[in-house]
Write a protein that binds this ligand. Structure first.
Ligand SMILES: [Cu+2]
Length: 186
């Protein structure tokens, strides 16, 4: 990965360099992914959202990405279904809230009705799954966070962008290891 490519990626999201107490991690490889599927005629999208998909950041990641390293772009008005699962060894959750409210201290009002896993403060148990749906009814950038205490402050948040585009798109800036095996929904 050349420096110019890293800088190009950083320009896209504005926040790709994450400073930890003892190290600096730069996530920089962009790729498309089968985590997001959609039906442009029906205006529906399905997001596979896996907490602890990799061991990255002590499993405090969604689909392997942290700190805005995953951008899920959904056209306004799409009904979006999230198939949430937890591959970690401890609870995680998923809440879509205001981008400005992505720290653990936030009250995390739902950006859209229904945009949360069950009991998000307690989290979904390891190995368990949950499904929730919402309509992306307002334009703008929102945060997908884990509401379990202190996880969002430890960079367990990514981005939902509701756009005027014709179709969804999915970008992830994280090494995907293992590669996703999900197959697109019909
Ligand atoms: Cu978590």
């Amino acid at each position: 990965m050349t420096r110019s490519l890293v800088l190009g990626a950083a320009a896209i999201t504005g926040m790709l360099t994450v400073t930890f107490a003892t190290q600096i991690t730069t996530v920089s490889s962009a790729s498309k992914s089968p985590f997001l599927t959609w039906n442009a005629k029906k205006h529906t999208a399905t997001l596979s959202l896996v907490a602890g998909y990799t061991s990255a950041n002590h499993t405090l990641n969604f689909n392997g990405a942290i700190a805005g390293g995953m951008i899920v772009s959904i056209p306004k008005g799409y009904k979006t279904t999230v198939n949430f699962s937890n591959k970690s060894t401890f609870p995680h959750s998923a809440v879509i809230t205001a981008y400005a409210d992505r720290s653990s201290e936030g009250s995390h009002p739902l950006a859209f009705r229904g945009a949360s896993s069950l009991n998000p403060a307690a989290g979904t148990a390891p190995g368990a799954t949950d499904q929730f749906s919402f309509t992306a009814s307002r334009l703008g950038a929102y945060a997908i966070i884990c509401k379990v205490a202190h996880h969002a402050d430890a960079f367990m948040w990514d981005v939902l962008d509701v756009t005027r585009a014709k179709t969804p798109s999915f970008t992830i800036y994280a090494p995907l290891n293992p590669q996703p095996t999900a197959t697109p929904a019909p």
